[in-house]
Write a protein that binds this ligand. Structure first.
Ligand code: DGL
Length: 266
């Protein structure tokens, strides 16, 4: 019997802006039977420069409304800046909901590096977090980990993905610090610890002073979500979901066009 797909609960993907789309595109492939609701808190963007308590309260409040209104199967917090700050508070406030988080991929980077030099490219918020320090303490004490907090890359990625121009010089000045040389060794892995950055990975590769692995956690996050969402045999994709919500209430034309490209109604 074919499952009544419109009765399957949707998957909610959350970010401050367009970064979560890097996770959504992977999650879609693994969960073709589910509808997706993409939520961008663009009224609060960029999260990277918020003061911690204010941002945490904002995110927890926002989810009270989102969960009541959309009753998702699972929520993917596709934003390191949000999850490293508010993940525990969200799970405590809404224990009935499953939250899949995004954290800097420090553990896989520490396992894979050959040179022992790893860099973490993230927002200033993620770099400051106790959560990030704890990941280093737990999984990467044998490595030299450089944390690079970028003030501008998330904004640049927002412009770039909408077709705007970004200068090589400006990008290079944000990523340059990731490249470390020490005792004849060079950085060989850069963790993309902000979901906006994979959209610019082609530019990073071109500008990098030497080749490195740019670690994008999107697929691993999507696999984790898939493992928590019940499989329903023979379900067909529903037609009542797949839309994007912007907390500003007013996505501009390039944003609506972008969402359409990802199969989302804005
Ligand atoms: N996409 C978000 C992240 O993964 C951050 C962007 C922002 O500064 O709001 O951290």
């Amino acid at each position: 019997m074919i499952a009544a797909a419109n009765e399957l609960k949707p998957v909610l993907v959350f970010d401050s802006g367009i970064g979560g789309l890097t996770v959504l595109r992977e999650a879609r492939v693994l969960m073709p039977e589910r509808g997706f609701i993409y939520v961008a808190d663009d009224a609060g963007f960029p999260y990277g420069s918020w003061e911690e308590e204010g941002l945490k309260a904002r995110i927890v409040d926002l989810f009270a409304r989102l969960l009541t209104e959309y009753d998702p199967e699972v929520c993917i917090i596709a934003c390191s800046t949000a999850f490293t700050l508010a993940g525990a508070a969200l799970r405590a406030a809404y224990p009935q909901m499953t939250f899949v988080g995004t954290v800097p991929a420090i553990k896989p980077a520490a396992e894979r590096t050959r040179s022992g030099l790893v860099s973490v490219l993230a927002t200033p918020g993620t770099v400051k977090r106790a959560y990030t320090r704890e990941l280093i303490q737990s999984f990467a004490t044998q490595c030299h980990v450089r944390l690079v907090g970028s003030e501008n890359l998330a904004r640049m990625a927002e412009a770039y993905i909408r077709g705007g121009a970004v200068s090589d010089e400006a990008v290079l000045s944000e990523i340059r610090e990731c490249f470390v040389e020490k005792d004849d060794h060079k950085t060989d892995i850069v963790v993309l610890a902000c979901t906006h950055y994979p959209f610019m990975a082609n530019i990073f590769r071109r500008l990098a002073p030497w080749p490195v692995d740019w670690l994008d956690p999107a697929e691993a996050i999507a696999r984790r979500a898939r493992s928590l969402v019940p499989q329903v045999a023979d379900a067909v994709h529903p037609d009542n979901f797949d839309f994007a919500i912007f907390t500003s209430g007013a996505p501009d034309f390039p944003t609506r066009r972008l969402m359409q490209g990802f199969g989302l109604k804005a």
